[in-house]
Design a protein around this ligand. Structure first.
Ligand SMILES: [Ca+2]
Ligand SMILES: [Ca+2]
Length: 121
């Protein structure tokens, strides 16, 4: 099991920790393997009011599901240069609401968002 500490970008892994002296097709022996790490969700990035404001398109200090989803779409398009399918954003958005929408009114207020500011997410 390789623990990748770097969240973003590429993490070089020495051959001793990767496929070793034998290699593993298509990795040649003693190769240093670059694992590309996918960023799972915007919600796992640094949380700040900055991000909240970016998501809050109409500036009413609460996030609707549509606002969060639109933000995810833009973020992934920016990062990956191509859109994902709708179900992908839906899943992340559901997860964000599950964790943040404490009173389950379908909106994330700035207060609800801040409660989890110290969360590892
Ligand atoms: Ca809003
Ligand atoms: Ca709420």
């Amino acid at each position: 099991m390789i623990c990748v500490l770097e969240r973003n970008g590429k993490s070089p892994v020495p051959s001793s920790l990767a496929f070793g002296t034998k290699g593993k097709d298509p990795v040649p022996p003693n190769a240093t393997v670059i694992f590309e790490v996918e960023v799972y969700a915007v919600s796992r990035g640094p949380r700040s009011m900055e991000a909240f404001k970016n998501m809050d398109a109409n500036k009413d200090r609460s996030l609707t599901k549509e606002e969060v989803k639109e933000y995810l779409k833009l973020e992934y398009l920016r990062k990956e240069g191509k859109p994902r399918d709708d179900a992908f954003y839906q899943k992340i958005m559901d997860d964000i609401f599950y964790k943040n929408d404490q009173n389950k009114d379908g909106l994330i207020s700035s207060k609800e968002y801040n409660i989890y500011e110290h969360d590892e997410l």
